[in-house]
Design a protein. Structure first.
Length: 395
């Protein structure tokens, strides 16, 4: 490929640059400018065609940037309404490739089980397997036509596509179910579209990336988890694990019924990290990019990526065994409060903990789609002491 040529003065390289610019400006040019993919700009500055040409010739084209996601390739596939036979095959292959990547997790988790055999609780929480039955059911759904004669989508691919749109646009479950009901009526008779959000969720839940609810002390002292799983009170401050019983004064039979319906005073949602990191290495789309920081990054002393920073180098020197393997994942942690109901009239708030995989190339690691949600913590205020308690226990 012309991007990898050493001579930027060669005719092949110049023709490659010209063809790239023709493609980029035809697809995504705004006000006569595009994101510059040269080694120095790394798709962070908008430049004219002449400036882009000069930058790419003088400084070189960004190594590893072979899918021109900032210059029209992804958008062309995502917004296209007419899909050719060739594109249709690629789309179907992506779905099957996704499912086979998921099946590879079976072997990886088998290794994890052996390594962690002394801690059965750890294995219970981190083992998220795609069993053979689920795998073949998904393969079956991936081959079922959305409706008789449909060539562009299968039952599974359309469900994935719709769910993706729901998540990125923040649709409520109720509105999504209403859309499914409408589409069910619009599509030809004999269509296989799920009737509701719950039905669709059940179908794709076999992909197995879920979360766990963990009870926490109202004062954030401990988590009622692992060795504290059966405690009813905090072992440090004595606070009750459960919400106050508002049914005082009721008969014994009513009170006995109420006890069965105890509700935790605070519940945080934990999204296990290891299965999510495994997916990055199992996917053919991202596996090679997880070592980009070592094998593809330009190392000329300039700081373009987190791997060029002093903190990264200090971590490498402090943990040489960890840093010796380029597959070791370095994560950034970010957190902030937000109102989950998107309205200022409700005081309820929550805090999320986001992990950022810095191994990925610069143009990928800071994209929202590559952020990893680790924790959702209810409450209006957070302190470092509270974070330390939670993060120390959820490992």
């Amino acid at each position: 490929m012309w991007i990898n040529l050493t001579s930027r003065a060669s005719e092949e390289y110049i023709n490659g640059v010209t063809n790239f610019l023709d493609f980029a400006f035809a697809k995504l040019s705004e006000d006569g400018k595009i994101w510059c993919p040269c080694v120095k700009c790394v798709n962070t500055y908008r430049v004219s065609r002449r400036e882009a040409f000069d930058h790419i010739i003088c400084d070189g084209f960004l190594k590893g940037y072979v899918r021109w996601i900032f210059h029209g390739k992804t958008m062309e596939v995502a917004t296209s309404t007419v899909i050719s036979n060739e594109e249709e095959i690629v789309f179907d292959n992506d779905i099957h490739e996704l499912l086979h990547d998921m099946m590879a997790e079976e072997d990886m988790n088998a290794d994890v089980h052996i390594m962690q055999s002394e801690d059965s609780h750890w294995g219970q929480h981190y083992t998220h397997r795609i069993h053979s039955d689920n795998f073949y059911n998904l393969l079956k759904d991936a081959k079922v036509e959305l409706y008789p004669g449909c060539k562009n989508f299968t039952k599974f691919s359309f469900a994935i596509y719709l769910f993706h749109i729901k998540c990125f646009n923040g649709w409520t479950n109720k509105s999504f179910s209403a859309l499914l009901e409408l589409l069910k009526l619009v599509l030809p008779e004999g269509n296989t579209l799920p009737r509701s959000y719950q039905e669709l969720k059940k179908m794709i839940s076999a992909l197995s990336l879920g979360y766990e609810k963990i009870h926490a002390c109202p004062n954030d002292c401990i988590l009622f988890w692992k060795e504290n799983a059966n405690e009813d009170k905090c072992t440090k401050c004595g606070a009750s694990r459960w919400k106050e019983n508002l049914n005082v004064g009721k008969s014994d039979s009513e009170d006995a019924f109420t006890k069965k319906k105890k509700k935790a005073a605070k519940i945080l949602q934990w999204f296990p990290l290891i299965p999510r990191l495994q997916r990055l290495f199992m996917s053919s789309k991202t596996a090679s990019l997880m070592t980009w920081h070592e094998h593809e990054r330009t190392k000329d002393g300039c700081q373009r990526h987190s791997a060029d920073s002093q903190s990264w180098k200090e971590l490498d020197s402090r943990y040489p065994q960890f840093s010796s393997d380029p597959r070791s994942v370095q994560l950034g942690l970010a957190s902030d409060g937000f109102n989950p109901f998107k309205t200022m009239t409700i005081v309820h708030s929550a805090w999320h903990v986001i992990l950022i995989p810095y191994n990925l190339p610069l143009w990928m690691c800071m994209k929202q789609s590559n952020f990893i949600l680790s924790l959702l913590i209810p409450g209006s205020k957070r302190t470092w002491k509270q974070y330390r308690c939670i993060l120390a226990n959820v490992d």
